[in-house]
Design a protein around this ligand. Sequence first.
Ligand code: NDP
Ligand code: 2IT
Length: 455
Amino acid sequence: MAVGTKSEINERIENVLNTVKTKNPGEKEFHQAVEEVLFTLTPALEKHPEYLKAKILERLVEPERVIMFRVTWQDDKNETHVNKGFRVQFNSAIGPYKGGLRFHPSVNLSILKFLGFEQIFKNSLTTLPMGGGKGGSDFDPKGKSDNEIMRFCQAFMSELYRHIGPNTDVPAGDIGVGGREIGYLFGQYKKIVNEFTGVLTGKGITWGGSLVRPEATGFGVVYFTQEMLRTKGTDLRGKRVAISGFGNVAWGAALKASELGAKVVTISGPDGFILDEDGISGEKVDYLLKVRASGRDEVKMYAEKYTNAKFFAGKKPWGVKVDVAIPCATQNELDENDAKELVKNGCICLCEAANMPCTPAAIEVFKSAKILYAPGKAANAGGVATSGLEMSQNSIRMSWSREEVDNHLRNIMVNIHNTCLRASDEYGVKGDYMVGANIAGFLKVADAMMAQGMM
Ligand code: NDP
Ligand code: 2IT
């Protein structure tokens, strides 16, 4: 098919998307992530017909390798369980596969492919040499003892170890995988391979981890938010902020937003949300972390401890009047109606901390209301960027100070912000961070794929 004009390019994109849908039936999250990216690339493809000729789009949407395996483990009562294990090695054009592991009962191939696909562009935007990957299991860590978590992690790594390595594929955490799980996974890898090496990131500080990694995603999101607000001549001081979730990312975002003078008024869990007009900062944020670390998945006890706060059972926080909203829980948690509520109540900035938390219809609402909107693949890249810094420290066998890592992180986030803005301007949609992020992330990967020949 000839490609050159805008309509020919769009037709080609349509064909690629249809093929993705036909070849990957039922994988709705994967379809959603691919569709969101492909249709923003038209202006870049007008400038680079050689990418279309070389079938870069067709290659980009097909993972280089998908590994699926059985994970058999025993609980504390010696009962045997079987879970699915996955690693999607999506794209290694600019570096070893890099991306988190998610342990959650909802995990399936579609979710991991959407996450792996997004990770390609996110990692490209960091400017660090990391390809895109993602993995995990439908294992539910909730209610499991420490020993059960350890046995599951050991069983999972007993298969995964043969597919990863510090120069091949470097997994990290995501939902349900934090420092404890990375420890058990690392221990098992070391035992089998007999090598102490930077094969995972998010490690403990005493055994190769990086300072600031636990809070990096949340901190990075807030640095990005601050840059967006600055383009409108304002900043976070005095702003009311709604946060969803109460995991690792929500914690980091709440800490940094409060530090920069904002008032975080909400957090949420599967049971509902908390509204605290006194602000969620300091010891209150630490309290949340303790609740989470104890394996509980409810926020309602926050309102029992801090009695000025209100708990809204079964509700999401997006109806609260705020200036800035930062979804930190999971994909598609914020829909069109939530977006309309936020805009109606005067929200001026939506910054995605989770991966793909806003539905396509919600994004349309933000765009037509012309409020600041940043996609997760740009705004939450601070987590994986700091993982990249952990890899650097492991390679040179050094540990950087907290200040040094935080400075790198802040510079990387400012740089990603400016890169997205510049690309949006260059391609005629100034201020559209979504288009800017997709195009800037794509161009680097496409160039590398072209240079490395047909594969
Ligand atoms: P955590 O496991 O620490 O917390 C996840 C939070 O989201 C919890 O509050 C959890 O509640 C909630 N949640 C998870 N799945 C669902 C679901 N299906 N429905 C409703 N709520 C859900 O994970 P993180 O904080 O690490 O991750 C949060 C988000 O940030 C994810 O989208 C992740 O992909 C993204 N992210 C994480 C990075 C990292 O470095 N950790 C980096 C970049 C992005 P519960 O488990 O009780 O349901
Ligand atoms: O979604 C993400 O970027 C992560 N879960 C972090 C991945 C990483 O390799 O640090």
